[in-house]
Design a protein around this ligand. Structure first.
Ligand SMILES: Nc1ncnc2c1ncn2[C@@H]1O[C@H](COP(=O)(O)OP(=O)(O)OP(=O)(O)O)[C@@H](O)[C@H]1O
Length: 405
């Protein structure tokens, strides 16, 4: 199932699919159904109810926001443990495309333009090799109290830029550069308390470690793919005509693709997912083996679990898809505008940690707690704004599966 957010990025996700991806899938003789999302939470509600036995993979062509919905929809199911084993795929159609940029980077390739990134991720999808991907369980004190995140938690400068730059999405990935310059002009300090469990202090995840053959399974498909893409091999994809009983389906044709419109079911708020053995309730002090950061004034806090925060921000050079580590970066108050700008320019190349910036701190952690004291601010999880207030998070190594090698 390929889910498209027609409004993501510059609003061209469907066009990008037809111009770049459709032919590649046809050449591999992979059959698929395209679902165009109609509103926020459509994908989340749909994957919560869908019969997953009918699908080999759930692929999104959008920004990271749509994958966030799919991951959380799967984790809200009664059968979440099995559901989250469904291979996920991502094709960049947004303006940030952090996970797509990360998997392109993990494949060993050099940085590329947005269009080439789409083709690169298309090839990864056609190869169909599946790897495990870490998920982070994020607890909030209000709103939906537990979320699952595959990318980042941000507070302060980065979160502000992410949200404020939404209005510049027509310029694509450059929106973050533009937003950074605007926010630098009105640099703020955020007051709060940060604590974390260093990765070397924490016990390894107690789930059994899987063998590499179990980790890297090839996606089933109708026929083996041709060794390379040749025009003579071009065939039309056989488009599946699944009938999902829980939805009212109406299909119509769009550029030769069968488009399925789905009616979804009411939200389900029940808590699901693995226990967070490293966390104590938010109203209790953190355990004694945690580090409590002495400073209380910050410019930013960024917890990231993949290498890239956007196509142009190589935030965690050491990160891999399944390292079971939250890469925590924070910048203490007192940094000059010029030094912060230099830091972000260096992040474009992934050299920010080599620059010995005295205000930047980096730690590999397994869990963290953030208690903002500033009355107003923005916190984002995977680029989506969440309720502003205390939160804590714990990584779950390799909980999800991603088509990524
Ligand atoms: N048809 C739709 N109409 C409006 N919103 C939608 C629709 N489909 C999905 N959404 C919502 O749009 C939000 C943004 O989606 P997404 O992150 O995929 O794109 P984006 O914001 O353009 O990408 P990026 O995060 O890279 O900038 C998500 O929260 C998603 O729930």
């Amino acid at each position: 199932m390929i889910l498209v957010n027609p409004h993501s990025g510059k609003g061209q996700a469907l066009g990008l699919f037809t111009s770049h991806i459709q032919r590649m899938l046809n050449e591999t003789r992979m059959s698929y159904t395209l679902v165009i999302t109609e509103r926020q939470n459509h994908a989340r509600e749909m994957v919560r109810e869908v019969d997953l036995s009918q699908w080999d993979a759930l692929v999104i062509i959008s920004g990271d926001g749509l994958l966030f919905e799919v991951v959380n929809g799967l984790m809200e199911r009664e059968d979440w443990e099995e559901a989250i084993q469904t291979p996920l795929g991502i094709l960049p159609g947004g303006s940030g495309n952090a996970l797509a940029a990360s998997i392109h980077h993990y494949s060993g390739a050099q940085p590329v333009s947005s269009e080439e990134l789409l083709v690169s991720c298309g090839f990864l999808l056609c190869k169909g090799l599946v790897s495990h991907m870490d998920l982070v369980s994020v607890h909030l004190s209000t709103g939906p109290t537990r979320l699952f995140s595959f990318l980042s938690v941000a507070w302060g400068f980065v979160a502000d830029v992410d949200i404020e730059s939404e209005k510049y999405r027509c310029v694509g990935a450059a929106r973050f550069t533009l937003g950074t310059l605007v926010r630098l002009a009105s640099l703020r300090v955020y007051r709060g308390r940060l604590a974390y469990l260093p990765a070397d202090e924490a016990e390894e995840d107690d789930r059994p470690v899987r063998s590499s053959s179990e980790r890297e399974k090839e996606l089933p498909r109708n026929q083996p793919p041709p060794p390379s893409f040749r025009p003579s091999d071009l065939r039309r994809a056989s488009v599946d005509s699944f009938c999902l009983n829980s939805f009212r389906n109406s299909c119509n044709s769009n550029n030769g693709i069968r488009v399925k419109k789905l009616e979804t079911v009411p939200p389900n708020a029940t808590q699901k997912g693995p226990p967070d053995s490293l966390l104590v309730p938010l109203d209790q002090p953190v355990p004694s083996n945690w580090v409590v950061v002495p400073e209380e004034d910050f410019v930013l806090m960024l917890a990231v679990y993949q290498s890239h925060l956007s196509e142009d921000l190589y935030a965690a050079p050491e990160a891999t898809l399944n390292d079971g580590v939250i890469h925590l970066l924070y910048v203490r108050a007192g940094i000059s505008r010029a030094a912060l700008l230099r830091l972000f320019l260096a992040m474009g190349k992934g050299t920010h940690l080599d620059n010995n910036c005295p205000h930047l701190v980096y730690a590999r952690v397994r869990a963290l707690r953030l208690e903002p004291f500033s009355p107003k601010g923005v916190i984002t999880v995977d680029g989506e704004v969440v309720e502003y207030g205390p939160l804590q998070a714990q990584v779950h190594k390799g909980l999800a599966k991603l088509i990524a090698r």
